[in-house]
Structures are given as C-alpha cells and as structure tokens.
Design a protein around this ligand. Structure first.
Ligand SMILES: *[C@@H]1O[C@H](CO)[C@@H](O)[C@H](O)[C@H]1NC(C)=O
Ligand SMILES: *[C@@H]1O[C@H](CO)[C@@H](O)[C@H](O)[C@H]1NC(C)=O
Length: 154
C-alpha cells in the first residue's frame, strides 16, 4: 500500500515533464486553416472562396450539404475589383469540383448585385454562375483567403 503510493507520487511528479517531450516546441508561423477552408481544398477548390472569418461550419458528408457561419455579413473585393458580399450564413451543396445551390453570396456586377448560385472547377479556372451568366476566372486568383472589409449586424 505504502509502496504503491510512493510509485503513484513519482508518476505524478513525472507527468508535467512528459508533455514537453511529447510536443517539442516547434515554430507554428501560420494559423491552421478552419475546417471549412480545409474542406474546400479536399473538394478541389481554393481557400480564397471563403473569407477568413468562419465561425462555424457543418457539412453532411453523405449529401455534401453545408452551412458556413461567418458571424456577420462580410464584404470582400475579389480579383478584377468585383465586390462580393457574403451573408452571415452561407449554404450550398459541395461535391468534388462543384458547389451548387449556393445561397448567401452575391457579387456586384453590371451595376447590380447578383447572386452567385454555383461554382465549378474547370482545369485551371473557376466558373461562377452569376445570375443567368457563367463567368470564368483563374483559380490562382483565389489562393488566399480574404479578410472581411466591412461588417454589419444582420
Ligand atoms: C454550428 O452550426 C450548427 C448547425 O447549423 C449548429 O447546430 C451549432 O449550434 C452551431 N454551433 C455554434 C457554436 O454556433
Ligand atoms: C445527411 O443527409 C441525409 C439525407 O438527407 C440524412 O439522412 C442524414 O441523416 C444526414 N446526416 C447527417 C450527419 O446529418
């Protein structure tokens, strides 16, 4: 009894040391991407399609239906000076190479705001379905996740 207590106390003394050896102090310069950004990559899309401000993300792995919560509305300027507005909540259906039924992203084009309803990956390009037209942009323009420029309560 007394002997096992001593062993137990020794183990307790050793415990604070083991995490140090298990996790060496490696530099970690970049914050890890959110699960939503990681999933974009998993499905063949660049992380720049979503702003950095992802607060919550759920996906049904069977259907690909997803919900992204940005905590508030978010405005970003896309390459070619298009201003995109994200709602607090964005929904859609993602499969490899294709995001459909998108709800919550609009882009100001031709002097009015139009919804982006779908995004396809096509070779080195992304094809955006904006209203009734399809617009093609190089995927490499979306390598970085943009920060929200303006926030409004929604
Ligand atoms: C995240 O979203 C899911 C589904 O919309 C919801 O059930 C959950 O409560 C949310 N979590 C947080 C922390 O907002
Ligand atoms: C995913 O969606 C399917 C079909 O709607 C549903 O049966 C299933 O319960 C969902 N899974 C989760 C984890 O919500």
């Amino acid at each position: 009894m007394a002997k096992s207590l001593v062993v137990f106390s020794l183990l307790l003394l050793l415990l604070p040391i083991s995490p140090l050896t298990a996790h060496p102090n490696t530099p970690n310069p970049k914050p890890s991407p959110s699960p939503a950004h990681t999933d974009l990559t998993n499905y063949g899309f660049p992380i720049g399609l979503l702003p950095t401000a992802v607060e919550n993300y759920t996906i049904n792995r069977t259907t690909g239906d997803f919900i992204v919560d940005l905590g508030g509305t978010c405005k970003v300027t896309l390459p070619s000076d298009y201003v995109a507005t994200y709602s607090k909540k964005i929904t859609g259906k993602i499969v490899v190479g294709k995001i459909a039924n998108i709800n919550g992203i609009s882009v100001r084009a031709l002097f009015r705001s139009q919804p982006i309803t779908g995004i396809r990956s096509s070779g080195d390009n992304l094809v955006f379905e904006i209203g009734t037209v399809s617009v093609k942009y190089p995927t490499k323009n979306f390598e970085e996740s943009p920060a929200c420029e303006g926030r409004h309560s929604s």
